[in-house]
Ligand binder design. Structure first.
Ligand code: M6R
Length: 618
């Protein structure tokens, strides 16, 4: 995790680097730092805390803001606790080099010992300070230029990195490199300026031209000369492609909402529409998805589909299991990427692996993909971030088109991932004839109605606030659902935990009697998804069981429900829809509930403690 930014050009670097860090704070926010080079001196400011704390320091002295070259960092600690000293940038012992780093150097201890034996001493506990000194040592020993020294040093490194390195003795260039962590280079007009960042959001108001470094690549960014990209391992030159950015500034700002999370919850009608736009031709009964169309045989002849992901994306994968089995009659296994990659799983070339990831950078998911590919499976990605590592690493895929998701708690990523999975499952169901043609068109039309139903649901804000107010002081909460809505129960619990720090568990409702029912008393709020489809009667019985033990029931029911209304303490009504589409609706009130509870508890909704948006470490 961590976010890195940098600038070299004709403008003042400070506002570009500091504002860039603010946009990257979703990647980590336990400390922040910046180095500005004013033509003579490298001015270093760094601190434990957020970018706004860093600004307080830089504001004390204008010198700290001077320079046309700068690099910055916002940290999510791995090696060394979050404190001022461990914050980046780090300088080499000679005082010539400065570095910012996102990733982990796994063999840092061995390298550190070797450097100590050669007379180096270290101020911080970080692996990054080891790396910058290693680069300096290689440069000194080989008598080479900075680019070569970085390259040679990186061949000694085991681990993951996205780095930006500056040398004050050669101040017209910045070297960047990547392995396992993303890095984007913004190219200014006529190569007069360059921007560096973990994603393109820090520089979208300056340039739309971007180069995304691939794995094992290093770029020498030189003023007036441009960007030269090389492979780290074999030194070969890479013909770096300049891509056009699709993002705009408005998409990454809060747009009048108090938090990104609330904005993103409210963006769901549009995000879901954007996901199926151009893919559904309801009247003709056609779903067009290039990634699936071009590999249809692989999907249709697959022995099984294995879905991998983490966190919310894993929950979307669980909904996918119900969808594929129900609509396309293909056996599905859903795996935590972190377990799958280390379990020595049985994967064959007849398996299709679907990897789901909002960021497209999750290290465990990426590793699971590489493993599946090495066993000959066909790997299909469902990602939101265009050009992300997972989007590149997979054989084919489908973007969710949700737009940037900045709040750490995933919301629109979840609903758009489910939308993509629905489309694929439905398409395969229709191709295989496991889902009747007549139902197929009906389903598509119902899917097209989902955005307006979400819109309608978003209007129940006040009712949700009242419920949030009643249960905000709970210590524990249970979330129950069955069938398609069991994963929604898991997702509801995760949302509450991660932003309000209230302990919550999601369960299939019928499992309650095998253990969790022991927890139920008058202090236990139980959120139950009890729509009028699937196993309604069964879930009504589960609700009775909770009631009999004095648990507090907050039920999500279909509009017009009578039975649950009689028993539950609170009901939240959702519009009627197909059972398979219902997770797209039932999840909305749960997102709002966790949001309002966290706000009422005064928590940092968009940047919850200990978390980061893109988990690029194992
Ligand atoms: O970017 P990804 O979808 O791969 O991220 C996976 C998880 O880290 C992510 O879904 C996480 O669980 C969310 N913060 C949950 O809201």
């Amino acid at each position: 995790m961590c976010g890195i930014t940098g600038y070299i050009g004709y403008r003042d670097a400070y506002p570009i680097v500091i504002n860039g860090l603010k946009r990257l704070e979703y990647r980590g926010y336990d400390s922040a730092g910046i180095m500005l080079y004013d033509g003579e001196t490298m001015h270093l400011s760094k601190t434990k805390g957020k970018v706004c704390d860093l600004e307080e320091i830089t504001n004390t002295n204008e010198k700290r803001k001077k320079g046309k070259i700068g690099i910055g960092h916002t940290r999510w600690a791995t090696h060394g606790v979050p404190n001022d000293v461990n914050s980046h940038p780090h300088f080499s012992q000679s005082g010539n080099l400065a570095i910012v780093h996102n990733g982990i150097i796994e063999n840092y201890d061995t390298l550190k010992k070797e450097l100590i034996a050669r007379g180096y001493s270290f101020k911080s506990d970080t692996d990054t300070e080891v790396l910058v000194n290693l680069i300096d040592e290689v440069k000194k020993n080989e008598g080479c230029k900075l680019g070569k020294a970085v390259q040679l040093a990186l061949t000694q490194v085991i681990g993951a990195y996205a780095i930006a390195v500056f040398d004050k003795t050669k101040p017209n260039e910045i070297i960047v490199a990547r392995l396992g962590s993303p890095i984007a280079i913004g190219v200014g007009k006529d190569f007069t300026e360059f921007f560096i960042a973990s994603d393109a959001s820090p520089f979208i108001e300056y340039t739309k031209e971007v180069i995304y470094l691939d794995e094992h690549e290093l770029a020498i960014i030189k003023l007036d000369k441009g960007v030269k990209v090389r492979k780290i391992n074999d030194d070969s030159l890479v013909d770096a492609k300049i891509e056009e950015l699709q993002m705009n500034l408005e998409q990454i700002e809060k747009g009048g909402y108090d938090h990104f999370m609330l904005k993103e919850i409210h963006e769901q009608p549009k995000a879901i529409t954007d996901t199926y736009r151009g893919r559904i031709l309801a009247d003709e009964g056609i779903i067009k998805m290039a990634g699936v169309d071009n590999n249809l045989e692989k999907f249709l002849t697959a022995n099984r589909i294995i879905i991998v992901g983490c966190g919310t994306s894993w929950h979307a994968g669980l909904v996918g299991e119900y969808l594929f089995e129900h609509l396309a009659r293909i056996p599905v296994e859903v795996e935590y990427a972190s377990e799958f990659r280390y379990r020595d799983p049985i994967i064959t070339p007849k398996d299709v692996v679907i990897a789901i990831s909002q960021s497209g950078e999750t290290a465990d998911t990426l590793a699971a993909i590489k493993l599946a590919k090495s066993k000959g499976a066909f790997v299909f990605g469902v990602c939101n971030v265009v050009g992300s590592s997972i989007a590149r690493e997979t054989h084919a895929g489908a973007y969710t088109h949700a737009g940037p998701e900045i709040g750490v708690a995933s919301t629109k990523a979840f609903t758009t991932q489910i939308t993509v999975l629905s489309l694929i499952a439905l398409k395969l169901g229709s191709e295989k004839g496991t889902y009747a043609k007549a139902n197929f068109q009906n389903y598509l039309r119902r899917m097209e109605l989902i955005p307006s139903k979400v819109e309608e649901l978003l209007k129940i804000d006040n009712q949700i606030k009242e419920i949030a107010h009643i249960y905000k002081d709970a210590y524990n909460c249970l979330y129950l659902g069955r069938g398609f809505n069991f994963p929604v129960a898991l997702e509801g619990a995760l949302k509450l935990k991660e932003i309000s720090y209230i302990h919550a568990e999601g369960y299939p409702a019928a499992e309650m009697k095998h253990g969790p029912i022991a927890l139920i008393d008058e202090n236990m709020p139980v959120f139950v998804i009890a729509i009028n489809k699937g196993h309604y009667e069964k879930i009504v019985s589960n609700i009775q069981e909770i009631k009999a033990r004095s648990g507090k029931i907050i039920a999500i029911v279909t509009q017009g429900d009578v039975e649950v209304k009689r028993i539950a303490d609170h009901i939240i009504e959702i519009p009627e829809t197909e059972e398979a589409l219902s997770p797209l609706l039932t999840t909305i009130p749960l997102q709002l509930l966790s949001y309002y509870i966290a706000v009422m508890l005064n928590k940092n909704v968009d940047q919850p403690r200990n978390l980061a948006k893109a988990v690029t470490v194992e």
